[in-house]
Design a binder for this molecule. Structure first.
Ligand code: MRU
Length: 366
């Protein structure tokens, strides 16, 4: 996507060939800054501290993280340590484990002298594949928005509610949930997006709003609890979110608060779509309750970060010092509340049979 006229992906090899570069998402929306990752630890830190985030992007970063590790030491011991370190950074998004396993399987059979170059090549392919996948999700999701637009028969824009950030910043490019919105907007279909702020890290307020604004897509940021009111008032035509891990039976794990939006959508007859690339499907489990839910530092709840009008970063405490806090990163929306899954291979119901029909190579899984 374009930032101030320049085309960016969220991760790319540095021109000097000695690092991989990323956009530091902890600095957005206030400043656009890029960071070089030169070591395994740099990559692990970028994922853990959420300089990069979003399921597909943390997978891509981990893939390059293996290259950085193997470049320094291509032994079996380092390969094992690097895989373990990267997988331990964040537990919920399956793309991370998928990418690490993929690169490991590529390099493990090779002589040590060839491993780093092979990891670098495979990481690049994973990035290119992610872009292609998300573009295809965009095309399939566009059909749903087109249909919603036809159904409105000229009565205003298609009003879409999204949660967290599943835009290009969460992937290598395009995004998942936002890809159909970008395509619809580019095609001249009037769309309007309700952006959930997504406490505690504000990926909606800080990242989705920033992305949509740069692309010229009309939107408004609302507090996380506004969705119910908007749906009851008929001000949401459809919801679309991303996911960090979807089970083989279609249970959807995504940013905390997604489930409540799906419940409200169900109660109000609003379609609830989830956009996902194939690598986000965990074929080894069917029940979403088996997905590990990340719990992060309580400071993300007790303090709200921001920037003062004179440009200083700050964090304001909003809880009494004596109150304990809990910080759950994700929740699970059962398949029965999901109207359809939008994948790179097409749209399907959130069910084991439909998923297996779209991905027959996994028909024997789980
Ligand atoms: O904690 P985050 O910001 O990594 O969470 C991201 C999400 O929940 C996204 O919705 C999900 O990764 C899908 S991204 C295409």
């Amino acid at each position: 996507m374009k930032v101030d006229g320049d085309a960016y992906r969220t991760i790319w090899p540095a021109v000097d060939g000695r690092a991989v570069e990323i956009i530091d998402q902890t600095r957005l929306p206030h400043s656009f800054e890029t960071v070089r990752l030169e070591t395994l630890e740099d990559a692990a830190h970028a994922i853990r501290a959420m300089l990069v985030r979003g399921a597909p992007l943390i997978g891509a970063t981990a893939a390059y993280g293996l290259w950085l590790a193997l470049r320094a030491d291509a032994s079996d011991a380092m390969l094992a340590r690097a895989c373990e370190t990267l997988v331990a950074t964040r537990p919920t998004a399956i793309n991370l484990k998928w990418a690490v396993e993929d690169v490991r399987a590529t390099v493990a059979p090779l002589p040590e002298g060839e491993r780093a170059a092979a990891a670098f090549r495979r990481a690049g392919e994973i990035c290119d594949e992610d872009v292609e996948i998300n573009e295809a999700i965009g095309r399939h999701g566009l059909d749903l928005i087109r249909e919603a637009h036809r159904a409105k028969d000229g009565r205003g824009p298609v009003n879409i509610l999204t949660h967290c950030n599943a835009g290009w910043l969460a992937t290598v490019d395009w995004g998942t949930a936002l890809a159909p919105i970008y395509k619809a907007h580019d095609e001249g279909i009037p769309v309007f997006v309700w952006v959930d702020e997504t406490r505690p890290r504000n990926q909606g307020a800080g990242l989705t709003a920033w992305e949509l604004g740069r692309h010229g897509v009309p939107h408004k940021v609302v507090v996380d609890n506004a969705g119910g009111l908007l749906m009851r008032r008929g001000e949401v035509d459809l919801c679309i979110t991303g996911t960090d891990r979807t089970t083989a039976a279609g249970d959807v794990c995504n940013k905390i608060g997604t489930y409540l939006k799906a419940l409200a959508a169900h109660d109000n007859g609003v379609p609830f779509y989830v956009a996902l690339p194939g690598p986000t499907i965990d074929w080894s489990i069917e029940d979403g309750e088996q997905i590990p839910i990340e719990e992060r530092d309580g400071r993300e709840v007790s303090h709200i970060p921001g920037r003062t009008d004179d440009g200083h970063d700050t964090a304001v405490r909003v809880t009494p010092e004596s109150s304990a806090v809990a910080n759950f990163g994700f929740d699970v929306t059962p398949a029965r509340l999901v109207t359809a899954l939008v994948t790179e291979r097409g749209v399907c119901t959130a069910s084991k049979d439909s998923l297996r029909a779209l991905y027959p190579e996994h028909a024997t899984a789980a």
